[in-house]
Design a protein around this ligand. Sequence first.
Ligand code: GRF
Length: 200
Amino acid sequence: MEKFKFAVLISGSGTNLQALINKFAFDKRIEICCVISNSEEAYGLERAKNAGIDNLSINHNNFSSRKEFEEALIKSLSEYNPDLIVLAGFMRILSEVFVNRYSDRLVNIHPSLLPKYKGLETHKRVIENKEKYHGVTVHFVDESLDGGPICAQSRIKVETDDPDELKKSIHKLEYELYPTVIEEIANGKLFLSNGKVIRK
Ligand code: GRF
């Protein structure tokens, strides 16, 4: 049986990538085929290297437009023919062209209970607004910021007023939720049909 292959796009530390590596390193059916970063500095590239996973950086600053950057990204991704593209702290907005090309096959994790708190600094804003709950969302990606059909969420009670502490608790949720959802997608238990998430 052919393996289910997914590519991971990162920009930074890659702790979610590490959770995925830990989950799938010895899986016979599901594998990370490549890790691509838009920055050479991303520590996640080290994590990929250490795990023996193909990795490369494509620095967006070396391109004169988003279109050219994305063309380079698509070219590299195509060499691996991934079944799924997993955004894990990838800090570039992707155009409609990219999103449509990988529609139904592009997922992201966001540190908030979407549709609340799109964008950055979610932990700080959640505390400022005295929210009772905070959490994480895994979603299929559309062309809007942190938008697209939701695959799964998990949440915790907000019991601190320190954004860094809250961030740590949220990260723990992320490391559980993202690998679980990707496994469901790989096993055909969760997919998009006519823009709706179906769970079998
Ligand atoms: C995570 O909080 C993720 O939800 C968000 O970016 C962060 C990436 O962290 N999209 P890391 O690089 O996985 O450590």
